[in-house]
Design a protein. Structure first.
Length: 273
């Protein structure tokens, strides 16, 4: 039996401490869970896409957990495809890799191959997008019968696999279709994500989709369109036993419910076009 805990969207920074108060109660709760591995599904930093100090600070916090940590990047860590101010690109990816390691990876545990994907590359046309997809095919081909679970920042979809472009909120339709073909063909057991600051757990075509909640803050309806899930603050546990697993979303009562709506102009001030 092995336990993994997924945390997400911590949004930490030495300069902008708006959500720092939730880190200690999260780490205290993690200690009670005794995980073999922690997986962070992105937006580790407030603004690592532009601020190197955010990465140095967050790297130290993750190391201090005292257990192995694997992370995948979020938009605030490495930018996003064709963003006018923070496009995902080689320098931003290099900053992530310097401080937090590989931006996509695989990890074998019990009868499983867990795959971490850099969802910010999807639809970017960066060289690393093609490299990641080639690597993903190889990791699946070499899984040697292990069951597959994926971790990424942006969810593949919000309401339905064949929905239109949801912009900021999920993977664009074209790369999504390619990834969903792999999910179906190889019977990926679950796809875990973050980004939405909502907790949700549902199944489509035999695959379980788990939206890991943020431990940092929640988002109000003026900034986020109505969607499924709850405004829970917490984390997700995964218990693996051979080829079986159990996953559960946990609300962590000690986390303070902070709303990004109240401080967004301080944390993410608007930029001129």
């Amino acid at each position: 039996m092995r336990r993994i805990v997924q945390i997400s969207d911590t949004h930490l920074s030495p300069a902008k401490q708006h959500f720092a108060g939730n880190w200690q109660p999260l780490t205290a709760w993690l200690t009670t869970q005794k995980p073999d591995l922690v997986i962070h599904t992105g937006d580790v930093t407030v603004d690592g896409a532009d601020v190197d100090e955010d990465f140095g600070y967050c790297s130290g916090l993750l190391t201090a957990l005292g257990v192995p940590v694997l992370s995948v990047p979020g938009n605030h860590d490495v930018g996003e495809a064709y963003h006018p101010h923070q496009p995902v690109d080689a320098p931003r990816l290099a900053r992530w890799r310097e401080h937090l390691g590989a931006d996509f990876w695989s990890h074998d545990i019990e009868g499983w191959r867990l795959i971490g994907l850099n969802s910010m590359l999807f639809g970017s046309d960066e060289a690393d997008e093609a490299r990641q997809l080639t690597w993903l095919d190889q990791q699946i081909a070499e899984a040697d019968g292990r069951r597959l679970g994926w971790f990424l920042h942006r969810p593949l979809f919000i309401e339905a696999p064949d929905e239109g472009d949801k912009g900021y909120w999920s993977v664009p339709p074209k790369p999504r279709a390619q990834l969903l073909d792999l999910v179906r063909k190889h019977e990926v057991a679950f796809v875990a994500s973050g980004h939405l600051h909502r907790a949700h757990d549902f199944e489509v075509d035999g695959t379980r989709y788990i939206w890991g909640p943020s431990s940092g803050f929640v988002v109000g309806p003026e900034l986020q369109p109505g969607m499924a899930g709850t405004t829970t603050l917490g984390a997700v546990t995964y218990d693996f036993d051979g080829r079986d697993y159990k996953a559960a979303i946990h609300e962590i009562a000690e986390l303070q419910t902070l709303w990004i709506d109240d401080v967004i102009h301080e944390v993410y001030p608007p930029r001129a076009a």
